[in-house]
Design a protein around this ligand. Structure first.
Ligand code: PEP
Ligand code: MN
Length: 359
């Protein structure tokens, strides 16, 4: 962090700034005195410094942040790719991991049948979504939680696959864990809800963190840092913090009404270069249209995603939730071709820090 003192600011004012940074954050500073201006450089990890407070101090002109506010999620502080282990399935690094399954559990028969469709297509981790946040209260919002979790167990037993399920309400966390949910998903609507993020810092269960549809990259990675740092209101981490975060991109709101969200493909290599965390992408919830899901999947993988998460339903026409964007017979081809594209492009790109020329 660089603090630029206003023209005419006194040496005493600069000293007061340096004292405050030392007293409030335990950080040291270095000063450069130029002709008519003083510049203070804060040494060490200035991610914890509140630039708003510093800029209010007498004599300060501008505060320029150099380090990001999402330290734990940042590649600047952790150069290698993080590989998250989901019940033996690796996510991140050189792996391509496919998450798939129905948007929602509707009944035991539908959920188990869709789970078989997804497993036969070759998915690694099964979607087993009990609770659904829907825009309208009149839309299908899932079964009663205890019943839905019984079906989660049945889906696991029928396929032998690990499962991901969205947690909306903190009161259900223990029941999710007891039911054997292997990955907790935080949906786009909850992506910045800090009480949920803080609670997930206390456990080690992997978390898929969706990109909030009105958030920029900094906000998304700061949400990841909430889970990873486990930092409390006094700035102490107290040994907690959950390092097992998987980012999931699904696009943001835009003026285009023909697709559900606007997915910017350049976010994939960008986020991978800024963060060491595994990054997957969701072509179903971004496009909202089965006819687009396959091509969008390949685009995400070619752009460098570490995996995909998409809706697979055994009977999309009858689905109670998001049937329009669910695939069935296309699912196996998507998984196979995504793996082929991933293998073809392995090692290309600057996002991991290793640039390898294409063959
Ligand atoms: C989902 O994955 O089912 C979902 C609701 O996605 P999002 O949180 O991105 O809307
Ligand atoms: Mn959905």
């Amino acid at each position: 962090m660089i603090i630029h003192m206003a023209e005419g600011a006194t040496a005493e004012q600069a000293d007061r700034v340096i004292e405050r940074i030392g007293a409030d954050y335990g950080l040291q500073c270095e000063t450069i005195v130029g002709t008519g201006s003083i510049v203070i450089g804060v040494k060490g990890v200035a991610g914890i410094v509140d630039e708003g407070r510093v800029s209010e101090l007498p004599g300060v002109d501008r505060v320029i942040r150099i380090t990001e506010k999402y330290k734990d999620a940042s590649r600047s502080f952790h150069h290698e790719d993080t590989v998250v282990n989901v019940a033996g399935v690796p996510v991140g690094g050189g792996n391509l991991t496919i998450f798939g399954g129905p948007c929602a559990i509707e009944s035991e028969a539908q959920a188990v049948e869709s789970a078989h469709t997804a497993r036969d297509a070759g998915v690694d981790i099964l979607r087993a979504f009990v609770d659904k946040s829907r825009t309208s209260p009149y839309d299908y919002r899932g079964l009663e939680i205890a019943r839905g979790l019984e079906i989660v167990r049945a889906m696991k037993a029928a396929t032998g696959l690990p499962v991901v399920s969205e947690l909306i309400d903190l009161r259900h966390l223990d029941a999710f864990l007891s039911a054997g949910v292997d990955v907790i998903q935080i949906g786009a609507r909850s992506a910045q809800y800090s009480p949920l993020l803080e609670e997930l810092a206390r456990i080690r269960t992997p978390v898929v963190l969706k990109h909030g549809f009105g958030n920029d990259m900094n906000e998304w990675l700061c949400a990841a840092a909430y889970i990873m740092s486990g930092i409390d209101r006094e700035g102490r981490s107290g040994g907690s913090g959950n390092p097992n975060v998987i980012l999931c991109y699904r696009g943001i709101k835009s003026f285009e009404a023909e697709t559900r969200f606007a997915a910017d493909i350049s976010m994939i290599p960008l986020v991978r270069s800024k963060s060491h965390l595994p990054l997957i992408a969701d072509p179903s919830h971004s496009s909202g249209d089965r006819a687009l899901v396959e091509r969008v999947s390949y685009g995400f993988v070619a752009a460098g995603a570490n995996g995909l998460e998409f809706d697979v339903h055994s009977n999309p026409a009858e689905a109670l939730c998001d049937g329009r964007q669910a695939v069935r017979e296309e699912a196996g081809r998507i998984v196979d071709k995504a793996r082929a594209i991933h293998a073809l492009l392995a090692g290309i790109g600057v996002e991991t820090g290793a640039v390898v020329a294409p063959k």
